[in-house]
Design a protein around this ligand. Structure first.
Ligand code: PLP
Length: 420
C-alpha cells in the first residue's frame, strides 16, 4: 500500500459484519478462563492482553498503523511526546552511560537531556548538527550508547543529516534515535535513511487538531542489539523471569523490552479513547501535510519579501541554508516557519500580539495558525549560553501556518506587520 492508503487501512481490517470504524475498547482489563491461562500470558505477554497500562487493542491498532507509516517493524504509543523520548532512551541507557544529541532540539527535550537525565546519572554530550562525521565520532566516550537528533528541528528548522549521524552511530555500534515530529512520516521516513528508532510527539501534526497530547516510539527492527554493547538486551532479565529479549523476540527485542520493562514500570500508556482520536488525525494526515506545505511556502515567501523581517528560515526557501538537505530528506518543507523580526524582542512581541486570526499559544502544527516566542516560552529555562548553542534569539518567532485560506493568513500578517 502507498502511504495515503496505509493512513486509512493499516492497523485495522474488519472482518465479516465487524464495525467499519476501529472500535474503542474502553477496558482496563481482560478476562481469562483460568488462572493457568493468566499465568501463561505472564510467561509470554505477546500471547494475549493482560492490562491496559501497557497494551490495549485500540491503541495497538494505531501502533500498527504508525509502524507501517514509518516503515518500521513495530511501535508503542505513549501518553506524550516527552514520554516517548524518555522511554526511547531509557530503553538503552542507564546510570553511568552517555549519549550524543544535536543541540537543535525541542526546548522540553533540552530540559530533559541537560537537567533531568543528568540527575539520573545519564550524560548528554551535545554536538552541533553541522559537525562532520569525524567530529561526531570524536565526541563519543566509551560509555556512549545512543545518538539523538530531530529530523526538522523545533524551532530552528534545521534538517538533520540522517545518513551522517546514522553512519557515525553505526560505526560505534549504537543506535540513532530520530524525533520525526515536525516532518511526520508523510514528509520523511528516517528509518529509510538509516535511523534505528523513531519517536514522535503525536500532539502535533499527527493528532493535527490540538485535541490531545500523545507520543509514539517506532522500532525499525534493524539494529543488532546483540553486538556486545547492550547486555540488557541479551542477558537474562531478572525482572521478567530471566527472559533474553534478543533471544526470545529477535527483531522485536527493542520495542518489546520497552513495553515489558518500561511501560510496565512507568505506565505512560495512552487511553483507548486517545488512540481513537489520534487515528482520526492519521486518516487525513497526507492531505493536511500537502496543504500545510502549500500554504507555508506562500507565507514564507511573503515574510522573506517584507522589510520588517530580518531573516526567514523555511526549508522550502531556495536560498536557505537547509535547502539541499531538505531536498534530500523531505518530500515537503512542512508548515512551520521561523522568522527573525527587525528591532528584536519588542517588535517580535508587538507583531505577535497584533495578530488577530493567528493565536498566541503554546502549541505548533495546529490546524489553526498559531505563533510562539520560543525565548520567552518553550526555551525560557535555558541559560543564555544554551540559547546561543540552540540558535534561539529574542527576535525569533515560530510561525505555525494553519489550514485557513492562505489569503486570510497573509492579510492578518500584513496588518500585524503594519503595527510595528
Ligand atoms: C512537542 C514536541 C515534543 C514533546 O511532545 P509532547 O507531546 O508535548 O510531550 C517533542 N519533540 C518535538 C519535536 C516536539 O515538537
Amino acid at each position: 500500500m502507498k502511504i495515503e492508503t496505509k493512513c486509512l487501512h493499516s492497523g485495522y481490517a474488519p472482518k465479516n459484519t465487524e464495525p467499519r470504524v476501529m472500535p474503542i475498547v474502553q477496558s482496563t482489563t481482560y478476562v481469562f478462563d483460568s488462572t493457568e491461562d493468566i499465568g501463561a500470558v505472564f510467561d509470554d505477554p505477546t500471547k494475549a492482553l493482560i492490562y491496559s497500562r501497557f497494551a490495549n487493542p485500540t491503541v495497538m491498532a494505531v501502533e500498527e498503523k504508525i509502524a507501517a507509516l514509518e516503515s518500521g517493524a513495530a511501535a508503542m504509543c505513549t501518553s506524550s511526546g516527552q514520554a516517548a523520548t524518555l522511554l526511547s532512551l531509557l530503553n538503552v541507557l542507564k546510570c553511568g552511560d552517555s549519549f550524543i544529541s544535536t543541540t537543535h532540539i525541542y526546548g522540553g527535550t533540552m530540559n530533559l537531556f541537560a537537567f533531568t537525565l543528568k540527575k539520573m546519572g545519564i550524560e548528554c554530550i551535545f554536538a552541533d548538527p553541522s559537525a562532520s562525521k569525524g567530529d561526531i565520532l570524536k565526541a563519543f566516550k566509551p560509555n556512549t550508547k545512543a545518538v539523538f537528533g530531530e529530523t526538522l528541528a523545533n524551532p530552528q528548522l534545521s534538517v538533520l543529516d540522517i545518513e551522517k549521524f546514522a553512519a557515525a552511530a553505526h560505526e560505534k555500534g549504537v543506535p540513532l534515535i530520530v524525533d520525526n515530529t515536525f516532518a511526520t512520516p508523510i514528509l520523511c521516513r528516517p528509518i529509510e535513511f538509516g535511523a534505528d528508532v523513531v519517536v514522535h510527539s503525536t500532539s502535533k501534526y499527527m493528532d493535527g487538531h490540538a485535541l490531545q497530547v500523545g507520543g509514539v516510539i517506532v522500532d525499525s527492527g534493524k539494529f543488532d542489539w546483540a553486538n556486545g554493547n547492550f547486555p540488557d538486551f541479551t542477558e537474562p532479565d531478572e525482572s521478567y523471569h530471566g527472559i533474553s529479549y534478543t533471544g526470545t523476540y529477535g527483531k522485536l527485542a527493542y520495542i518489546l523490552k520497552a513495553r515489558m520493562q518500561l511501560m510496565r514500570d512507568f505506565g505512560a500508556y495512552p487511553s483507548a479513547h486517545s488512540a481513537f482520536l489520534l487515528n482520526l488525525g492519521l486518516e487525513t494526515l497526507p492531505v493536511r501535510m500537502k496543504q500545510y506545505c502549500e500554504n507555508a511556502q506562500i507565507v514564507a515567501e511573503y515574510f522573506a519579501a517584507s522589510d520588517k523581517i530580518d531573516a526567514v528560515v523555511y526549508p522550502g526557501l531556495k536560498d536557505g541554508a537547509n535547502y539541499a538537505l531538505a531536498r534530500k530528506y523531505l518530500s515537503g518543507p512542512s508548515g512551520i516557519i521561523t522568522i527573525f523580526v527587525k528591532g528584536g524582542k519588542a517588535n517580535a512581541v508587538k507583531f505577535m500580539d497584533s495578530l488577530k486570526l493567528a493565536s498566541n499559544e503554546v502549541h505548533v502544527c495546529d490546524i489553526r495558525t498559531c505563533v510562539l516566542h520560543p525565548a520567552s516560552a518553550t526555551h525560557r529555562q535555558l541559560t543564555s549560553g544554551q540559547l546561543k548553542a540552540a540558535g534561539i534569539s529574542d527576535a525569533q518567532i515560530r510561525f505555525s501556518v494553519g489550514l485557513e485560506n492562505v489569503e486570510d493568513i497573509l492579510e492578518d500578517i500584513a496588518q500585524a506587520l503594519r503595527e510595528i
